[in-house]
Every structure is written in C-alpha cells, then in structure tokens.
Design a protein around this ligand. Structure first.
Ligand code: FE2
Length: 445
C-alpha cells in the first residue's frame, strides 16, 4: 500500500493502549472488513476505509487518529500582508470598524487590529461580549472612547487614551483586561482616526461549555456553583467525591465541623488557612492550593483598566531591552504582555527571550531585526513598523535595531493548566520523552 501521510501511527498506538487492546484483537475485528493485517510498522499505509474501521473499533472519531499540522516556530506578516486582511463591519447603521487579522498558526485564535470609525458625537452600539477574555491596547494616533454598558457612568464610558509624551511614546497607549461576556464598543473621541489592538484569547472553558457534559450533568453542575465561591463548593464536592463525611474529615484533621462547614457553605468571609487546607487535602489526596480563596484586581464590571500613565510607572530594564507592563489579570494568567523598547546594535545577534507561552508581537516604531533560533540555526528577519510576528512557546529569539513592539502572550501553545499537571506528573522527564513519540504498547501483545 501507499504511504498515507495523514494517518498518525502514534495516535493509533496511543488509543490502542487507552482502550487496553492489542493488534491481535484489532486484526480479528478487521478480519472480514479489510484485506490487510495491521501491525506497528504499517500503520502509515492505511487507506481511508481501513482507518475508518480502526476508528470504529477504537470508538474514537477518525480525526483523533490523523496527523495535526505541526505548529511553526514563528510566523511573520508584513504590514501590507496584514492590510490585505481588512474587512469592514457595519453596526448601528454605519461603517463601524475595519478589522485586520494578525498572524497565528492554523486553528489558533488570533489578535486583531481595529480601525475605530464611529464618529465622536454618536453613542457607539454595544456588542454582546464574548466568552474569550481579552486584552485591548489603544494604538492611536488619537484618543477614542470605550463603552462597556447601556448606562453611562465613569466606569462604563471612558476615554481610551494614547500616550502623547514623546520621551516614552514606545508605550503607545492605555490598555485594559476584559473578562468573559463583558460588553464593549468604541467610538472616536476626536475628529481624527483611532485604532486598537485587541487580543481575544481562547477560553479554557470552551469544550466544557460545549459538548463535554450532557444537559443533565451541565444543569446540576451549574446549579451547584450558582452564586457561590467556586473554590469552596469544589472543595466540598471533592470531599464527597472521595467518600468522606465532613464529621470524619473534622475528626481526622482536628478542625471543627463548624469551621469546615462555614467555609465550604460560604457562611464566613474568613478562608481556611493554608495549613488547614493542607490537612484536609492530605486526607483526600488532593491539591490544597486550588481551594484557597481568590482575589482579583478588577473594577465593579470586571474589567481592569490600565492607563498609559500606569504603564509608564512600570518602566524597567529587562534583559537587553526596556519594558513596561500592559493590563492583565490573574483571571486569565496566560494572557499578558508588555511594551518592548529595543535599542540594540543592528548587526549583533541577540536571542535573550524564550517564553513558556506563545507570543504575538506588533512593531509600533522603527526598524528591527528578529533573531530567531530554528533547527539549530539563527535566522534574521527584517521588521518594519506595522509588521507582526507570532512566536511559539520555548523558542529562543530576540530583537536588534532601534524601535518598539507590543508583545501579548497567551496559553494556546502551553497553558497554566497543563503546567499544573506537569508539576504533578510522576517521573516527569521519562514521561515527557515517552509520551512524545510512544510506539511502545502497554505491554500485552
Ligand atoms: Fe471583543
């Protein structure tokens, strides 16, 4: 048979292991269906029909067994490439926005640039918000208005200002973090144009809200969390999952029943101490730190606004650069960024950056060179004002030349949820090496 590049042999072996099955069992299922004996070495020769039958046997969708396109180390789009993605959006009966998309790998959520066209004397029409949290930066050249609710007040209608100070203008403008389903819209605040960079990241809850739970499960799940502190409810549920009554937990941990009940039923503002949570979680073999009460920096409508003056206060040296923070929130800890001022000799080779998240960069000033290490070699990519780059997680890179960028990273490559799991993994190094390219079966042929 011909080699079939879309079949991923490792995925078939993985699912055989998951299903606690063997090639013998698989072949006896396939016997009267296909004229071919499958083994570890010939999985990449399967035709579409055989693959379908194997998927049927493994009880997984066919797409779980085919190759994903591998994620590149970086993607560079020039200003003119980005301008070609321009599309107009009408809202409230007027040409409201122009959208432009920045580069990102196949299947990733990508940031957008938006021209703000709604005139200053018109109240901009609100959108309905979205699940995905976002960071938005005002790019200028002029201030704009940002509106967040029907009712207008100091919190819900504000001037989204840019930084007019020549000395620090690499800090382009103000920024804010926007939580899930926060309504938002923009209009001009002057007679001149305004622009924003908006990075709406992928929500970690997407699959949970879609088809992962059936309707009955989802209803009970949502009801259990209704208007309560989720960490406290989840500790209570975890104790029950492990088959313990609160009285038994109290007796074993020497924490009073009332104290535990007050916490898990949200009858007190006081949190259990870390020591107490550690005692409870040691009994039920769980991670105590996820059950600590949380505090988030945000205003009454959930957004966290960061004026460019706030960013200026954070100016600091970082490696070979000067940086200043952009708004972010521990509600979406993978989504964060900074303004980056580069003043490095053009012909130098600098690869001093490597993040655990993937990153988007937008060049806002000057001429720069991206130095990036790929397949053991350093590549140099010329960048101009308005160009954008996506860089994968754990890729060594750096910038030389004279100019500035905005950097916003997120967890689509590796998320903090995966990092928590990595920290809990037994024999991490071995697990990572075996899990990456595992052709070994689970041990019973
Ligand atoms: Fe948005």
């Amino acid at each position: 048979m011909k080699k079939n590049n879309s079949v991923d042999p490792l995925k078939i072996i993985h699912w055989l292991n998951v299903r606690k099955s063997t090639f013998d069992v698989l072949n006896s299922y396939l016997k009267d269906k296909i004229n071919f004996v499958v083994n570890k070495e010939n999985l990449d020769e399967l035709d579409a029909f055989s693959l379908e039958k194997i998927a049927e046997f493994l009880d997984v969708p066919k797409k779980a067994l085919i190759t994903d396109k591998s994620v590149p180390s970086y993607i560079h789009h020039t200003k003119s490439q980005i301008e070609k993605t321009k599309r107009p959006i009408n809202r409230g009966g007027i040409h409201f926005y122009n959208y432009y998309t920045l580069p990102s790998p196949h299947g990733y959520v990508a940031p957008v640039l938006i021209d703000i066209l709604c005139p200053k004397n018109k109240m901009p029409t609100l959108n309905n918000g979205h699940l995905e949290p976002a960071i938005t930066v005002s790019l200028g050249p002029n201030d704009i208005y940002a509106r967040f609710a029907k009712k207008k007040n100091k919190l819900t209608f504000l001037k989204f200002k840019i930084n007019h100070d020549k000395k620090t203008d690499w800090i382009v403008g103000s920024s804010y973090f926007e939580p899930s389903y926060c309504l938002h819209t923009y209009s001009r605040a002057t007679n001149g144009p305004g622009k924003i960079l908006s990075y709406t990241t992928k929500s970690n809850l997407e699959s949970l809200l879609n088809s992962k739970l059936n309707d009955d499960s989802f209803e009970n799940f949502a009801t259990s969390l209704e208007n309560k502190k989720p960490n406290r409810v989840m500790l209570k549920e975890d104790i029950q999952n492990k088959g313990y009554e609160i009285q038994q937990v109290a007796k074993k941990t020497k924490i009073s029943v009332k104290k535990i009940n007050d916490f898990i039923n949200n009858k007190t503002k006081k949190s259990l101490s870390i020591k107490e949570l550690e005692k409870i979680c040691s009994l039920i073999n769980s991670d105590p730190y996820v059950y600590i009460d949380k505090n988030f920096k945000e205003d009454k409508i959930g957004k966290y606004y960061y004026d460019s003056k706030d960013s200026i206060k954070t100016i600091r040296k970082f490696k070979s650069y000067t940086v200043a923070s952009i708004a972010s929130s521990s509600r979406a800890q993978d989504l964060s960024g900074y303004f980056l001022n580069v003043q490095n000799k053009k012909d130098k080779t600098i690869i001093d950056l490597m993040d655990t998240n993937c990153s988007h960069y937008l060049v806002t000033k000057g001429e720069l060179i991206l130095n990036i290490k790929e397949n053991g070699k350093i590549k140099k990519v010329k960048l101009k004002n308005g160009d954008a780059i996506w860089v994968a997680a754990y890729i060594k890179h750096g910038f030389t030349g004279s100019g500035a960028l905005i950097k916003i990273s997120d967890g689509q490559n590796i998320s903090y949820l995966e990092k928590i799991d990595l920290m809990n993994t037994y024999n991490l190094n071995t697990t990572l090496l075996r899990g990456r390219k595992d052709r070994v079966n689970w041990g019973y042929d």
